[in-house]
Design a protein around this ligand. Structure first.
Ligand code: COA
Length: 189
């Protein structure tokens, strides 16, 4: 539905459950997310049932599947959550599930596409995220896609035996539209 150079974004489907379960409980990936304990198929089914019926404005969230543009293989998911209509603002999240697919440019492309969706489709004004201080790969990808470092929440999260700072990053509409003005898209089919 939305096309980047390496990935496209489409609606998540209930049928994605099996492919989600393939890598979701991999600690190499999950150590960078808020929860790092095993999730059952039942929990993931309920999560899919919830997010596949979400309306961004009524439910404050939107989750899309990331697929390899060439092979159509499922790579992970990306989301807006806590969408605020009043402030035209949302928080952003992403996970490429299989560590074998890290560092291949998929993430940067998907983040850029989501910024395009946020600013061009949802009409947001500000998009922000938090990421672990140790997640340097994510910070690189976010910066290349258009996020800027905004600050730190000190010792905000506990992961792998210690408290970590959260790096806060944000992107605003006026900056993104300089690169992608109305009428432009990131890429085509
Ligand atoms: C974070 C994530 C979305 C990034 O996507 P990706 O496809 O792996 O990243 P990209 O290949 O697009 O870009 C990563 C950049 O960081 C660099 N990089 C890769 N591994 C790195 C590492 N271990 N340390 C530092 N930099 C690294 C890459 O070289 C690349 O920069 P470059 O293109 O200038 O060379 C993905 O790795 C992921 O989902 N990780 C697990 C879950 C996660 O961390 N989610 C985000 C939580 S906030």
């Amino acid at each position: 539905m939305y096309y980047g150079e390496k990935v496209h974004l489409r609606a998540l489907e209930l049928e994605d459950l099996d492919v989600v379960m393939e890598n979701w409980n991999n600690l190499e990936m999950r150590q960078f997310l808020a929860t790092a304990w095993p999730m059952s198929k039942n929990i993931e089914r309920k999560w899919l049932e919830r997010v596949t019926t979400m309306d961004p404005w009524k439910d404050g969230g939107m989750v899309l599947a990331i697929e390899d543009k060439k092979t159509k293989k499922f790579l992970g998911s990306t989301s807006f959550f806590d969408i605020s209509k009043q402030n035209q603002r949302a928080e952003f999240g992403i996970a490429i599930h299989n560590p074998e697919n890290f560092g291949r440019g998929y993430g940067t492309d998907a983040v850029r596409l989501m910024l395009w969706v946020g600013f061009h489709i949802l009409g947001l004004n500000s998009i922000f995220l938090v990421t672990l201080d140790t997640n340097v790969r994510a910070q690189h990808a976010y910066e290349k896609a258009g996020f800027k470092r905004a600050g730190l929440y000190r010792q905000a999260t506990y992961m792998m035996g210690k408290f970590h700072d959260f790096v806060v990053m944000d992107a605003i509409r006026e900056d993104f539209l300089k690169q992608y003005p109305p009428g432009t898209q990131v890429s085509g089919p």
